[in-house]
Design a protein around this ligand. Structure first.
Ligand code: SAH
Ligand code: F3S
Length: 482
């Protein structure tokens, strides 16, 4: 059991783009997992578009099937395995079809897919997508193809991604890849490699291009955006310590935010994910200073117990996290904050769990992404700690965390009732084709009657009612930003 209070409707949906008319081959591409994977699939589609492939949504007619995979929890891998079985069933009818695995599972399992399981033709890790033309050549010549080499500097900054299956209004722009944090439960540092930052100029170029195409909101993406640091392409290890590195650098995250916000003052700017230990006051002041940077911070904590945080190798205590929350509230009073939480990490006691609940009570998060601990092979936690919390206990603790979060989400949405807030219209509401759905700067979803407004409009909406996750109201006019 796991609960995410977000729109998961896109998981696994096949993606389409407008391709070149001269292209004759058909690519079917599916993505699972985090936003970074969806963003990476856009880079892959862009590379393959130059290799003669247009996308299709019909699996049966594909020449090439690619699945961009997630390893974060065991359940994510099981979902992909089921899809691989499905592709192989189709392959029996269409033997010319080739199947490739991309992303974190490719990186984690490497050639195991080819040698032991023989269920795919191609295995490509997250830093090897530029090698796809060569790998496809090998597959065509009848050889299995693998490239799972991780890079210290690949950021795909020079590839302009094609936008797949989006709403034409909101887009993701990746600014860092990989992660150096080594949280003991997490497989990401192994599957996505060392952290590296992308050239700020290529980021601004992509943002400007999106603005030109009519996009109204961008989210800067990275596993740990606050540690973004661009210093002309050097590596962290080339510097004696963090201070030395800072001194020699040109752009940190606060500065990048300011650059992006200034380049497109009418665009909404978001970012994800922030790591508590790396979030600086400068970032908070930059958020407060620029109207177009949304007052919303995704600030995963994982546990409210200092002892468990230490076991997780998170670089802060419960108290330090609370101080950061206080700082955020002081500098940006109306800032929404969301969490990631893990229940049942090895050795977690009932008291540790109570610490998690009381921390939640202190913060009253607007949203949450909550999971049961899933042991990942190769991680420090798997090597050093026994997965000793019974499934039933993990489940019960998770249910308590989710219940409390629902209460807090309800409390937060209620604060909006009676207010008039700016909403960017993204799409039709799932429940009614007479209503639009969009979000406040704080990332809360609002639905309201369509009237004469259209997707991409910034409108002022008077909030009359709410559920625990959604605001209900009426559009009363365009926002000044429109
Ligand atoms: N910094 C990343 C975190 C990626 S993983 C980001 O950009 O969001 C997303 C979340 O999955 C983590 O914050 C954590 O709450 C959860 N997670 C990671 N590994 C896990 C594991 N082994 N078991 C359960 N949940 C896990
Ligand atoms: Fe994973 Fe921790 Fe990095 S959760 S992605 S190792 S910040």
């Amino acid at each position: 059991m796991e609960e995410k209070i977000i729109d998961e409707s896109k998981q696994g949906e096949s993606l389409v783009l407008e391709g070149k008319s001269s292209n004759t081959r058909k690519l079917y591409i599916e993505s699972y997992g985090c936003q970074m994977n969806f963003s990476d699939s856009e880079i892959v589609a862009s590379i393959l578009n130059d290799q003669g492939y247009n996308t299709t949504q019909v699996l049966e007619e594909a020449d090439l099937v690619l699945v961009n995979t997630c390893s974060i929890r065991d359940k994510a891998e099981q979902t992909v395995r089921k899809r691989l079985e499905k592709y192989n069933a189709v392959k029996k009818i269409n033997p010319k079809m080739k199947v490739g695995v991309l992303g974190c599972m490719a990186e984690r399992l490497k050639s195991k897919f080819l040698e032991e399981e023989k269920i795919v033709d191609m295995v490509v890790g997250p830093d090897a997508y530029k090698d796809l033309p060569n790998l496809l050549q090998e597959v065509e010549e009848g050889r299995d193809a693998v490239n799972v080499i991780l890079s210290k500097d690949e950021t795909y900054g020079d590839i302009s991604p094609v936008r797949l299956g989006g709403n034409g209004v909101t887009a993701f722009v990746s600014i860092t890849r990989g992660c150096d944090n080594m949280c003991t439960f997490c497989v990401v540092p192994f599957t996505r490699g060392r952290e590296r930052s992308r050239d700020p100029l290529s980021i601004i170029e992509e943002v400007n291009d999106l603005a030109k195409k009519g996009y109204k909101e961008i989210t800067l993406l990275g596993q740990n955006v606050d540690s973004y640091l661009w210093y002309g392409g050097g590596l962290k290890k080339d510097f004696k310590n963090a201070t030395e590195m800072q001194k020699a650098t040109a752009t940190n995250f606060a500065q990048l935010l300011e650059m992006v916000a200034t380049a497109q003052p009418k665009m909404r700017i978001r970012f994800s994910t922030s790591n508590p230990q790396d979030m600086t006051e400068d970032v908070l002041h930059t958020m407060a200073k620029f109207e177009n940077i949304c007052n919303y911070i995704h600030l995963p904590v994982q546990s409210g117990s200092t002892r468990i945080l230490k076991e997780m190798n998170r670089q802060h205590t419960r108290e330090e996290y609370m101080q950061l929350i206080d700082k955020i509230r002081e500098i940006i009073p109306d800032c929404a904050i969301s969490q990631d939480m893990i229940s049942g990490f090895p050795t977690e006691t009932e008291e540790d769990h109570q610490d998690t609940l009381s921390l939640m009570e202190y913060v009253k998060y607007d949203f949450g992404f909550m999971f049961m601990y899933s042991e990942r092979p190769g991680t420090m936690a798997a090597r050093k700690l026994e997965d000793d919390i019974p499934e039933a206990t993990k489940k019960r603790r998770l249910a308590e965390i989710i219940d409390l979060q629902q209460k807090h989400s309800g409390y937060r949405t209620k604060q909006f009732v009676g207010k008039t807030v700016e909403i960017l219209i993204e799409k039709e509401s799932k429940k009614s084709d007479a209503e639009w759905s969009g979000r406040t700067p704080q990332n809360t979803v609002a639905v309201f009657a369509k009237k004469h407004y259209k997707v991409g409009d910034f409108v002022m909406v008077r909030i009359d009612d709410c559920t625990s996750t959604t605001l209900l109201g009426e559009a009363v006019g365009y926002s000044e930003n429109n």
